[in-house]
Design a protein around this ligand. Structure first.
Ligand code: AMP
Length: 125
């Protein structure tokens, strides 16, 4: 089921449970603003999800409601994960799905980080 990006935050979503330590994940990075862990169903040799620690449904919700320090901290964390994985020189792709048409499935903002191979054109047609 896809997410209504205009809905209120539901703290029973799976990434909220991961943040509370109620279900496990393969963590690769954590700081005050963000948690990064491997996607359970990878779509590239490297497929990591970076999530903010606050309660935000989507990039839309985050960009509208988060304070500047929270936004800066999260964006810096995404960049740090790319550097930590050695992906800046070969290159990598970031993607954030927002709502139904983008097929967002988890109602907590997450940025997908793909790398480790030539990723091809941006969208399948
Ligand atoms: P999206 O379609 O952008 O909402 O993507 C949700 C992503 O979360 C998918 O790539 C899933 O494979 C991934 N996912 C769902 N549950 C878990 C989990 N427990 N641990 C890691 N990744 C997950």
């Amino acid at each position: 089921m896809t997410v209504d990006a205009t809905s209120a935050y539901d703290d029973q979503n799976i990434f909220a449970k991961i943040l509370r330590g109620e279900i496990p994940c393969d963590t690769i990075y954590e700081d005050d603003h963000a948690l990064a862990f491997r996607d359970i169903n990878p779509q590239a040799p490297i497929h990591v999800l970076v999530i903010p620690k606050g309660a935000f449904v989507s990039w839309d919700d985050f960009s509208a409601k988060a304070d500047d320090a929270t936004i800066a901290g999260f964006i810096r964390a995404v960049g740090e994960v790319g550097r930590m994985l050695g992906l800046v020189e070969p290159g990598y792709r970031l993607l954030a799905n927002i709502g139904h048409d983008a097929h967002q499935e988890v109602a907590h903002l997450h940025v997908h980080l793909f790398g480790g191979a030539k990723l091809g054109p941006m969208l399948a047609r």
